[in-house]
Design a protein around this ligand. Structure first.
Ligand code: NAD
Length: 330
């Protein structure tokens, strides 16, 4: 099948090409983000393969359909960037990678958490300058602290298991609680209790209209003073300006982000020689107790291998009329 691959970075090409040896599709790589201006590039391609910051809203899907596209293959888990109702109306199939390596994202969340708590980013810079002072580097033991997991699905459960290994009390909140989370030795709690008791909050729920700005001025006011907040899910879960106010007042003790609300025009590219016009991001990275990584939580060899194999197997299944086990419907 002819597949137009958008937002294709060198590592995407490497892993998709490796996975395609077994599938034999015609892959055409485009550096461009999928958006209205670039949708025409997919004319004549039955499938498009897209990533987290590509746009597949109703207008873009309409344009793709006119060009002959009938399959949208997301090479990621989240699908907040696709208008599923519009896809259904147009008779287009949408597939995603339901599960690859939840370990990759959960482990990155833990890496961020350890770094922000023990000030590893600051220590790294200091010792490169032969500054071995410890002033300002104090952290706290994880053992015995309360960790809140918001969204106790695949990634949230792996994260909970790791934090239980540190000796933490793990409490969870989920719109659809599962026995698997409790079987780990964690327990569910109401949002009010989570806010009041958690020393650490980690976000692992999808971005939906219900979860947009789930962390906002009100919820931040009700969190335990000095709590650490980690977001490896989607930027829109946090009202970033409210988080900045909470950092300024000391209500938030630290913030570690792998995702950012306005990341679409910024992440996955080298902007080190340009002037960043996003003042909110500028403000965020200026705090000593904020760490930002550029949506790299998924970025392990194991995850990339599975993502690319699963994506191209879905394309093969669609081509041969087999059931689409990874299809998402409105
Ligand atoms: P999952 O579907 O297994 O788990 C998500 C959980 O969130 C589910 O248990 C679901 O019930 C819960 N949820 C849904 N609506 C909720 C609500 N309103 N309030 C509380 N909980 C709610 O998904 P997963 O594989 O664990 O992935 C979680 C998220 O991680 C994805 O949606 C994606 O946005 C993000 N992600 C980020 C990266 C990265 O590289 N940073 C990579 C993969 C996934």
């Amino acid at each position: 099948m002819k597949v137009a691959v958008f937002s294709a970075k060198p590592y995407d090409r490497e892993y998709l090409d490796a996975a395609n040896v077994a599938e034999g599709h015609q892959l055409k790589y485009f550096d461009d983000l999928l958006e209205m201006e670039s949708a025409g590039l997919a004319a004549g391609y039955y499938a498009v393969c897209i990533f987290v910051n590509d746009t597949a809203d109703a207008a873009v899907l309409d344009a793709l359909k006119r060009g002959g596209t009938n399959l949208v293959a997301l090479r990621c888990t989240g699908f907040n960037n696709v208008d599923l109702k519009a896809a259904e109306r147009l008779g287009m199939k949408v597939v995603r990678v339901v599960s690859y390596s939840p370990n990759s994202v959960a482990e990155h969340a833990v890496a961020l958490l350890l770094a922000i708590n023990r000030k590893i980013h600051r220590a790294y810079n200091r010792t490169r300058d032969f500054n071995f002072s410890l002033d300002g580097l104090m952290g706290f033991d994880f053992c015995g602290k309360t960790v809140a997991v918001v969204g106790t699905g695949k990634i949230g459960c792996v994260f909970a298991r790791i934090m239980l290994g540190f000796g933490c009390n793990v409490v969870g909140y989920d719109a659809f609680p599962t026995p698997e989370f409790e079987a780990l030795g964690a327990r569910y709690a109401l949002p009010g209790e989570i806010g009041a008791s958690a020393d650490i909050i980690s976000l692992h729920c999808p971005l939906t209209p219900q979860t947009r700005h789930i962390i906002n001025a009100d919820t931040l006011r009700r969190t335990k003073r000095g709590a650490l907040l980690v977001n490896t899910s989607r930027g829109g879960l946090i009202d970033t300006e409210a988080a900045i106010e909470a950092l300024k007042s000391g209500q938030l003790g630290g913030l570690a982000l792998d995702v950012y609300e306005q990341e679409a025009d910024i992440f996955f590219r080298d902007l080190s020689s340009t002037i960043i016009t996003d003042d909110v991001l500028q403000r965020l990275v200026s705090f000593p107790n904020v760490i930002v990584t550029g949506h790299q939580a998924f970025f392990t060899h194991e995850a990339m291998t599975t993502i690319c194999q699963t994506t191209l197997r879905s394309v093969t299944a669609c081509e041969s009329g087999k059931p689409l086990t990874n299809e998402i419907k409105a």
